[in-house]
Write a protein that binds this ligand. Structure first.
Ligand code: BES
Ligand code: ZN
Length: 458
């Protein structure tokens, strides 16, 4: 249990914590768009000074891309265990802007929600931890562990700088465990420890045909159409039962155990509500698996963007010179991004007719993650979740990816506890992203409970 004064501090400062969350969300720290470069620097400085005011010793490390912020509790005590708290201050692009009910970088409070880009993914979640740690430090209580906050600015574009930073700073970042709140829970009544994440691998396929856009009447019927060819190739990558039709793609997929399937089945899920929330006429997925299993524990191949030909007003009768598609694979244990990409590439080339040229460009990749949920730290985290949210905590897996988590294992030899605060309707990466103020408050309380629990279990 944290001392009463820590919990009281959280209550007393609740208003300020909400105001500060809004200040943080006002900075348009979009890592994918180069015009926001100065905003990323500003955002790193904002969280650095916020951490300093909380009572931490802070260093901002410039990198070739966006700064990395490291903040630690003062006077490291070697007799206490150390935990690392990871978060990211960068956000996804807000587009399409016309679908937002209020501007994405002007936080709007409505009821118990705040709407803004990046507020749940991930500003609100790591700020909740920082607030809880401030409560410990400012109420004059002695934290039972050392803490290092590691906040980066390019998670949404693959964590390039941090991937290089980690092996170089492994001494300073040494820890007994990592805490990440960059994911979701089924509901405020169903807090969960997430013990698995999917990996990701990105690629871009391009089909080139004629040397320029051609008159489709004059030449149509004699040359192949790159847009048509690309569609035909892509359509053959998934079979009617929802399986990825690529030889070898499932070879390394770890099957779900009966225990895991029972745990996942305990998570509340209402197919009708889910379907209506997503706005689809019918759900679709791999036969033989529940939506929760499909979403978190089975691999996928998704087209993220498709471009070719004329997109302007009216019609233009051409055969486009080229067509391209952005694709990402979601991978599950024990698939390897490199191996999966190779299999996809081979199949794309095999399906490509000789009438066009096909090229594949690789993008970022991240390994899937899975940790045993029955270890001492995991059990301690479950107790903190229960104390913070006031409800029994469940075990969950998530479909999203946090590639740096497997790098923590590799370079720091530390397992990561994923303690999400986002709710299923928070709209991450979509218009009208929001964060629940109740999740924020409970997340802070959970974090206040977490440190004595983890220190006792380490
Ligand atoms: N917070 C998400 C990851 C996430 C979302 C994990 C929901 C679990 C549940 C993170 O910010 C994210 O979006 N990651 C990217 C990684 C990619 C750009 C390498 C993702 O999953 O698309
Ligand atoms: Zn994200």
């Amino acid at each position: 249990m944290p001392p009463q004064s820590v919990l009281a501090f959280l209550e007393t400062h609740a208003r300020r914590f909400v105001d500060e969350l809004c200040d943080y969300a006002r900075i348009p720290s979009v890592s994918a768009q180069s015009q926001h470069k100065p905003d990323l620097v500003r955002c790193a400085d904002w969280i650095a000074s916020r951490a300093r005011r909380a009572g931490l010793d802070v260093t901002v490390f410039p990198t070739r891309t966006n700064p990395i912020v490291v903040a630690r509790t003062p006077r490291t005590d070697r007799r206490k265990p150390t935990f690392l708290v990871y978060g990211h201050y960068d956000v996804q692009p807000p587009e399409p802007l016309d679908l937002w009910t209020s501007p994405p970088f002007e936080p709007r409070i409505q009821g118990r929600n705040v709407f803004a880009r990046g507020i749940s993914d991930n500003k609100g979640q790591h700020l909740a931890h920082l607030n809880a740690v401030e409560a410990w430090l400012q109420s004059g209580e002695e934290l039972p562990c050392n803490l290092t906050f590691l906040i980066e600015g390019e998670e949404e574009v693959g964590s390039g700088a941090l991937q290089e930073f980690l092996p170089r700073h492994r001494g300073e970042l040494a820890c007994q465990g990592v805490v990440v709140s960059d994911n979701g829970i089924p509901s405020l009544k169903h807090p969960a420890l997430t013990y698995g994440l999917r990996g990701v691998a990105a690629l871009e396929v391009r089909v080139d045909g004629p040397s320029r856009d051609l008159h489709s009447g004059v030449y149509g019927g004699t040359v192949d159409n790159p847009a048509m060819v690309l569609c035909q190739i892509l359509a053959r990558l998934r079979d009617p039962r929802g399986r990825i039709a690529i030889p070898g793609y499932y070879d390394d997929v770890a099957p779900l155990s009966a225990y895991e399937r029972r745990q996942l089945a305990k998570l509340p899920f209402d197919a009708g509500k889910y379907r209506r929330f997503l706005g689809v006429p019918k759900l679709s997925g791999e036969a033989g698996f529940t939506p929760e299993e499909q979403r978190t524990s089975r691999p996928t191949l998704e087209i993220n963007g498709l471009t070719s030909g004329y997109q302007g007003e009216g019609s233009k009768t051409i055969i486009p010179a080229w067509a391209s598609a952005k694709i990402t694979l979601r991978l599950v244990p024990n698939q390897q991004p490199r191996k999966a990409i190779t299999a996809v590439k081979r199949q794309l080339q095999k399906l490509c007719p000789p009438t066009v040229r096909l090229t594949v460009k690789h993008g970022h990749g991240g390994e899937p993650y899975l940790v045993a949920p029955d270890g001492a730290l995991a059990q301690a985290a479950l107790r903190a979740l229960q104390a913070g949210f006031g409800h029994e905590a469940l075990l969950a897996r998530e479909g999203g990816s946090i590639p740096i988590v497997s790098a923590f294992k590799k370079h720091l030899r530390a397992d990561t506890l994923l303690l999400g605060m986002a709710l299923p309707d928070d709209n991450p990466h979509s218009p009208n992203e929001k964060f629940s103020l109740d999740a924020y408050a409970r997340g802070m309380r959970m974090s206040a409970h977490l440190w004595p629990e983890l220190a006792g279990a380490a």
